[in-house]
Design a protein around this ligand. Structure first.
Ligand SMILES: Nc1ncnc2c1ncn2[C@@H]1O[C@H](COP(=O)(O)OP(=O)(O)O)[C@@H](O)[C@H]1O
Ligand SMILES: [Mg+2]
Length: 253
């Protein structure tokens, strides 16, 4: 008999995913046999030490990078059969990404940065939508600032507003609260879960913030290129100890 979760479509389905790169020291295995299944509308946190492969995995899931081997289905589409143009079209239609390094366009104001994906998608009221989004992240008074005139936390909030504007089907976020104080971090977390609940957006968050991870339905842990389900009972008060361990290097083979 089918359970409810079997009836819900997978937003992301990964099987035996590997990523190896060639470095001056030889071949470096970053991801080693990753399997995961994320249902539409689910929220998943990926925890794990620095250097364990979390950002690499997120980039692959969002069709920004190409695996060495293995399969990724994103909203029912097998990524390996798509060319770069088709991947770009898929991303534009279904995916938003909040980068660890923000990736704002230096020459555009906060408002123009947030408007950009909406304009590309042909949204008519892109400007008022972008103003509203920046208001929601507490930056209504910074519309005409360039990224270099904003603090790290403010740039992160612009990147978050930009990721939200097209109401993506899947939102990938790489340490979305990493540069924020606790008040702004909580505000952003509230926005992420509002999007998750109101628009059924699937959330895949890489985070060191255990309070944010606890709010997700599932927690996964990356450890030297291997992903395991951790789920539940993370020590809520001990925000850093479980993840801020000695960084592991990915294994060299
Ligand atoms: N293109 C690359 N070439 C060489 N090494 C890389 C490359 N991309 C990532 N790495 C290495 O792979 C490991 C995992 O990186 P990353 O996915 O950024 O980890 P995390 O996000 O968990 O901190 C790190 O040791 C990093 O230096
Ligand atoms: Mg990273």
């Amino acid at each position: 008999m089918s359970t409810n979760s079997e009836l819900i479509a997978s937003a992301i389905c990964v099987s035996n995913l590997n990523k190896t790169v060639v470095t001056q020291e030889g071949e470096l295995t970053i991801l080693n046999g990753i399997n995961m299944d994320v249902k539409q509308g689910e929220s998943v946190a990926i925890l794990g030490p620095s250097g364990s492969g979390k950002s690499t995995l997120l980039g692959l899931l969002a069709a920004l990078d190409t695996p060495t081997s293995g399969e990724i289905m994103l909203d029912g589409v097998e990524l390996s059969v798509l060319n770069e143009e088709q991947k770009a079209a898929l991303r534009k239609k279904k995916v938003s990404f909040i980068f660890q390094s923000f990736m704002l366009v230096d020459t555009l104001t906060a408002l123009e940065n947030v408007m950009l994906p909406a304009e590309l998608a042909g949204v008519i009221d892109a400007k008022s939508k972008a103003e509203n989004m920046l208001e929601r992240v507490g930056l209504g008074h910074r519309l005409t600032h360039l990224p270099k005139q904003l603090s790290g936390g403010e740039q992160q909030r612009v990147a978050i507003a930009r990721a939200f504007i097209c109401e993506p089907k899947v939102l990938f976020a790489d340490e979305p609260t990493g540069n924020l104080d606790s008040v702004n971090g909580e505000k952003i977390a509230d926005m992420l879960f509002a999007l998750n609940q109101e628009s059924d957006t699937t959330l895949v968050l890489v985070t060191h913030d255990l309070q944010l991870a606890q709010r997700c339905a599932r927690q996964l842990t990356m450890e030297v290129g291997h992903l395991t389900e951790t789920t539940k009972s993370l020590p809520a008060n001990d925000v850093h100890s479980a993840v801020e361990q000695t960084p592991h290097k990915a294994e060299v083979v």
